[in-house]
Design a protein around this ligand. Structure first.
Ligand code: COA
Length: 482
């Protein structure tokens, strides 16, 4: 063999061995992965956790929220995110705090229920955002956090110098989420509270009785409803950021939020062009429709007629009522129950369309039966027959309802200055993200902790911050807030 040939065959043997090694190496990997190849595509997700349900952390663990919210709409949103495990750092004005701390106070000197019930599971830091040192702290928080949530009046954030451009430059990953009263348009500069939104979002004009004025509802669909929409937007933006790497603005206008919740009424507005709204009681009563959706009293909003009916004790108890739905599939059971078996075959009553002009008489007859029973008796009897009914529960009854306590929907928490109070826990239940409701923070309770442990200020820097007045209130403001 020539030298050349020997070299060649040596090289060949080497490369063969190397190839073998590669095959070996390669074969090691597929061997390990072989069973995985048969698994469904994982989309890059980690292997399913083997930890017991509820012990794999919380849904939003690791998400940091810079919470600049106040009053109700914004705090509702950030409380939900906190319930889901996000670290929510609430920034409040030194000495004053969120205005609701002192609104509708029931216990002298203690944070109001208005505040405590909307700010659980959060940390509070006081910063004067208009103080140069305060702005410096805020800049650090902006770099540290994932989401800034605010519901100031239009332009207030910009006036603090925290424009979108500024924040985005400082932290391109930051999501800036805002509640405003109105979206871009003629009213965008307006300050808005709950009832303004209910009126501008189409709820008030469609709530109440035809012969009465527009009504606002007790449910805070403008504030809490919009907070809920904002939370949804934030979670979506966090998810999108996983792909894009960048934050974005999330805007929820209260008018839009209310309209979204009142969308069935916009549905009815369009149906009006094609004839009367047959499920509205005014149709059965022969009262003509105008060109806008009327108020429908307690008529059911869907295709199954329903009404609120008196129950035993209604003369003295303002909540002794039941919502009764004459759902078509259980019509025969209803007829038997109220002692009108003949209505099952009577052509005037047997079919839903035939019943429409007679709804007033039908519900009056059903009411004669419900008035002989308590709302809970009606509930028991009807549910056994699959008839959909709902007792009108007072807030007292809800507060005392054991099943709501058991599920964590109504929770009792202890507070250092006001004592025990009830709050609404997380209405969303998830077995792998179990909510533990914690009391709301005192004003500035976590200022030192956040400055030192989160933002890493040294003792000397902390002392300088304290003496600068950026985190403490002038005496006048303290006195006004007390
Ligand atoms: N340090 C210094 N200043 C602070 C501060 C802090 N930590 N936190 C707030 N402020 C200032 C703001 O910069 C603003 O000052 P400016 O007007 O000079 O710019 C001021 O406090 C008041 O803020 P604003 O939002 O205007 O409060 P308001 O009490 O006048 O109005 C609302 C309240 C709710 C009507 C208004 O915030 C609003 O319309 N928000 C949007 C819609 C909304 O969420 N409404 C429902 C509320 S439940």
């Amino acid at each position: 063999m020539t030298n050349k040939k020997a070299k060649k065959s040596k090289a060949k043997a080497k490369s063969k061995a190397a190839a073998k090694r590669v095959v070996k190496l390669k074969s090691k990997k597929p061997a390990a992965r072989k069973p995985a190849a048969k698994k469904p595509v994982s989309n890059g997700l980690p292997r399913p956790s083997s930890k017991p349900w509820g012990q794999a952390g919380k849904a939003l663990d690791g998400v940091r929220i810079l919470d600049f919210t106040h009053v109700q709409s914004g705090p509702t949103c950030t409380q939900l995110l906190a319930y889901m495990g996000a670290d929510v750092i609430k920034v409040e004005r030194p000495g004053v705090g969120d205005i609701t701390r002192g609104q509708l106070r029931d216990v002298k000197g203690a944070d109001s229920l208005y505040f405590t019930m909307l700010n659980g599971n959060k940390r509070s830091i006081t910063i004067d955002s208009k103080h140069p040192k305060g702005r410096e702290i805020l800049d650090r928080l902006i770099k540290y956090c994932d989401v800034l949530v605010e519901n100031f009046a239009p332009g207030a954030l910009d006036r603090m110098g925290l424009t979108w451009e500024y924040i985005h430059k400082l932290n391109p990953r930051m999501i800036v989420a805002s509640v405003k009263g109105f979206g871009p348009g003629p009213y965008e500069e307006c300050k808005v509270y709950e009832n303004v939104a209910q009126c501008a979002g189409g709820s008030a004009s469609t709530t109440g009785f035809r012969e009465g004025p527009p009504l606002v509802t007790g449910a805070q669909i403008g504030d809490s409803g919009t907070g809920l929409h904002l939370a949804f937007g934030i979670v979506c933006a966090l998810h999108q950021r996983l792909r894009t790497g960048r934050g974005q603005k999330v805007l929820t206008a209260m008018q839009d939020g209310v309209l979204n919740l009142a969308r069935v009424k916009l549905r009815d507005q369009q149906r009006l062009a094609h004839g009367p709204l047959t499920e509205y009681s005014q149709y059965g009563e022969g009262i003509p429709f105008g060109d806008a959706v009327p108020r429908a009293g307690n008529d059911s909003g869907g295709g199954q007629p329903g009404r609120i009916l008196k129950c035993k004790g209604w003369e003295t108890d303002p909540d002794a009522y039941i919502y009764f739905i004459t759902q078509a599939p259980v019509w025969e059971a209803i007829c038997d129950l109220i002692g009108k078996p003949e209505w099952k075959t009577d052509p005037d009553y047997a079919k839903p369309f035939a019943r429409l002009p007679r709804l007033k008489q039908i519900f009056t007859t059903i009411e004669q039966w419900t008035m002989t029973k308590t709302k809970f008796e009606v509930m028991d009897i009807c549910n056994k027959l699959d008839i959909p009914v709902g007792p009108i529960l007072s807030m007292k009854e809800i507060a005392e309802e054991p099943s709501l306590r058991k599920t964590g929907t109504v929770v009792e928490v202890d507070h250092p200055t006001r004592g025990k109070y009830l709050t609404v826990g997380n209405p969303v239940k998830m077995p792998d993200s179990v909510t533990e409701v914690k009391r709301s923070p005192l004003l500035g309770e976590h200022t030192v902790e956040i400055l030192s442990k989160v933002l890493g200020y040294s003792a000397a820097e902390m002392a300088a911050i304290k003496s600068s007045g950026a985190i403490t209130a002038p005496e006048k403001a303290k006195a006004e807030a007390a």
